[in-house]
Ligand binder design. Structure first.
Ligand SMILES: NC(=O)c1ccc[n+]([C@@H]2O[C@H](COP(=O)([O-])OP(=O)(O)OC[C@H]3O[C@@H](n4cnc5c(N)ncnc54)[C@H](OP(=O)(O)O)[C@@H]3O)[C@@H](O)[C@H]2O)c1
Length: 294
């Protein structure tokens, strides 16, 4: 059984590499196969050469604000790529694992979002990711589409590492306190991917599952908790101030959902595994700060 990992050098890709042995990796940079995934001909040639029985697609256009001005380019990564992969998997009876986002939602149902709640993306990024989900669903291939939220890790380029970096330089912080979500450690999602692959025989059609930290925090609470834990573990010299602000005091190009809490109970029933709560997962990420996969 050959498992091909696309986006092997991204935040999630690196964590998946740490959890699953024997992967064939593909990335724009260093990997078993170097490829720009918008090159359809080269990708199809790679798939025919490797003939994977599982494709894990951790590649995506993830620059949420830039997508507002570059929706067509984001669409190529977030829709055209999974559509091509789903079609190849359907024709070759392979399993596709793909990741999507809480940004397909807006408003609030008064409880955590379930997989079959109505979607209404507010941003170009959300629209392109939803289009990717829908292409996989329409292809009826064997697939797992894992919606996640607020992904972070010890690697550079995410909210938690940015907060800890700035706190480490002694900067006081202003952080949005009117958006609530389910922060998800990339290690949690990589382990969930590993555990789901052991159940791959049960997957006969596209399955949509929410996989995130269990529980909820605002960005402000996440920042405050990360600073406290980082100071306690000696990752930063000490606590800095974290001032709560409103979203309109931190203007961003793309609109974000005010309520991004995901209900992971379908995943928990499917695997028999409980998702780690948001506090525990953050603590585990910080415990591994100095030996994060890189
Ligand atoms: N980050 C979040 O907060 C978040 C939240 C919800 C859902 N998600 C979803 O979770 C998944 C993983 O996200 P992540 O945080 O790991 O993202 P990431 O760190 O930005 O990784 C994305 C990867 O895609 C690769 N990629 C982009 N364009 C490419 C191209 N044309 N050819 C080849 N590779 C290309 C990037 O390659 P380079 O390394 O060469 O740039 C990068 O390695 C994505 O599906 C994302 O939509 C993320």
């Amino acid at each position: 059984m050959t498992t091909l990992l696309l986006g092997a050098n991204g935040q999630l890709g690196r964590h998946v590499r740490a959890e699953i042995a024997g992967l064939v990796t593909c990335a724009r940079g260093q990997a078993d196969h170097s490829l720009d995934l918008t090159n359809r001909d080269e990708l199809e040639r790679l798939l025919e050469r490797v003939r994977p029985s599982v494709i894990v697609n951790a590649a995506a256009w993830t620059a949420v604000d830039d997508a507002e001005d570059h929706e067509a380019e984001a669409f190529r990564l977030n829709h055209d790529l999974p559509a091509l992969l789903a079609d190849w998997c359907r024709r070759n009876d392979a399993l596709l694992v793909h990741y999507s986002t809480d940004y397909v939602f807006s408003g609030s149902p008064g409880r955590p979002w379930r997989e079959d709640d109505a979607v209404a993306p507010q941003s170009a990024y959300g629209r392109t990711k939803l289009a990717g989900e829908q292409a996989i669903a329409a292809s009826a291939c064997r697939a797992l589409v894992l919606r996640t939220a607020w992904l972070y890790s010890a690697l550079p380029g995410n909210f938690v590492s940015a907060i800890i970096g700035r706190a480490g330089r002694g900067e006081d912080l202003k952080v949005v306190a009117d958006q609530t979500g389910s922060p998800t450690w990339a290690g949690t999602l990589a382990r969930a991917t590993r555990d789901l692959l052991t159940l791959s025989d049960r997957i006969e059609r596209p399955e949509l599952l929410h996989v995130s930290g269990r529980g909820a925090m605002t960005w402000h609470e996440l920042a405050e908790r990360a600073v406290q834990l980082a100071a306690r573990r000696g990752i930063i010299p000490g606590i800095v101030g974290v001032e709560p602000i409103r979203s309109d005091q931190w203007p961003q190009k793309a609109r974000r959902p005010a309520w991004s809490v995901l209900d992971g109970s379908r995943y928990e029933r499917f695997t028999g595994q409980r998702l780690p709560d948001v506090e525990r997962a953050l603590a585990e990420c910080l415990e591994q700060w100095s030996n994060a996969p890189c």
